[in-house]
Design a protein. Sequence first.
Length: 98
Amino acid sequence: MRRHLRELVVALMTKPLPFTSSPSSLSSNSLPFSPSFLRRQPSSVVSRPIATMTNTKNDTNQELDAIFKQKKLVRSRVRKALKAMEPSIRSYEGKPII
């Protein structure tokens, strides 16, 4: 088995390759594939859908406005709840619970 592998390696190393000539001497007719075929993308790449971002600047601004309105609403509810509390209970709200 090893002898066979050694003979195979020697044969491959000493046998000239079919494209041993210089690259300038190779014409496009001698190559097995045309240049247009080589530049063509595989069908798996071509058929993939392209993902795009649909958010525009207006959509982003509308989303931010909605977030700020929610924050304002939460703050006003907290402020009203604190005002409705008794002063003795409200003083405990600011102290950390250990």
